[in-house]
Design a protein around this ligand. Structure first.
Ligand SMILES: [Zn+2]
Length: 243
């Protein structure tokens, strides 16, 4: 419990967004070392721990049907924006050496095909990237996942990171545990072999929200990568990295 508390303190600390990924990782490893030194005599290694996370990054929608568009004059589609975010995330993953990432597009293979690809790649975790649109007035961040506790834990990590980057001042619209028949349900229920969530960082048909997504694109991508690392330490997937 103390270990989890430490991780959450790090995750929710005011300065975590402004820290580089390297700094955050160094802190995690220190925390992990401390915990390991306290418990190494009675803890058994996590089965399957590889010291590395395999992350699938699914770009929502397709080139032919690119999803919602940001407010004019930006007019950037979900597909185009999230192609950039996915690329930035993959670059960050490569830099940390803690995550092997794969960018997966739904073009020609659909939602089921995309998640099948994630499974074939052996992904531990998958994030599907979107943004919201409604009536140009609504604002906020929401994260969709199944009611599975492992999925929810992963979603909470991603959601908290987004709320911090976009300065939502709290939990914003929250993590939504949805049924398969709900909007986005097919997506989040398509990856039983690992954890996954679908992120809706903002309502980009609102110009203020769209500007925020564009201005904070790099920080947003980094924050999701840090969230995945955070999650990896919390579930023991990166345990090998501290020894
Ligand atoms: Zn979408």
């Amino acid at each position: 419990m103390a270990f989890l508390k430490k991780l959450f303190a790090l995750l929710f600390s005011k300065s975590s967004v402004t820290k580089s990924i390297d700094e955050v990782v160094a802190e995690k490893i220190e925390t992990e070392k401390l915990e390991t030194s306290l418990h190494d005599l009675r803890e058994t290694p996590t089965p399957g721990a590889t010291g590395k996370i395999r992350l699938g990054i699914i770009v929502g929608h397709t080139k032919a049907a690119p999803g919602a568009k940001m407010s004019s004059p930006l007019n950037i589609s979900e597909y185009d924006y999230n192609t950039d975010v996915a690329t930035l995330m993959a670059d960050e993953c490569a830099r940390t050496s803690l995550i092997d990432s794969i960018i997966i597009y739904r073009d020609n293979i659909g939602i089921a095909g995309a998640y099948r690809k994630a499974e074939e790649y052996g992904c531990d975790a998958v994030i599907e990237l979107h943004f919201n649109a409604y009536n140009r007035l609504v604002t906020g961040t929401e994260t969709l996942c199944t009611a599975n506790p492992q999925d929810s834990l992963f979603a909470e990590h991603c959601h908290a990171a987004m709320c911090k980057v976009f300065e939502r001042g709290g939990n914003s619209r929250g993590v939504k545990k949805i049924a398969r028949k709900e909007n986005g349900g097919v997506n989040v229920h398509s990856f039983p072999s690992g954890v996954n969530c679908l992120v809706e960082p903002a309502f980009a048909d609102n110009l203020g929200e769209a500007n925020m997504l564009v201005e904070l694109k790099e920080r947003y991508a980094s924050a999701l990568v840090v969230a995945v690392i955070d999650w990896g330490f919390s579930v023991g997937l990166l345990r090998g990295r501290a020894s």
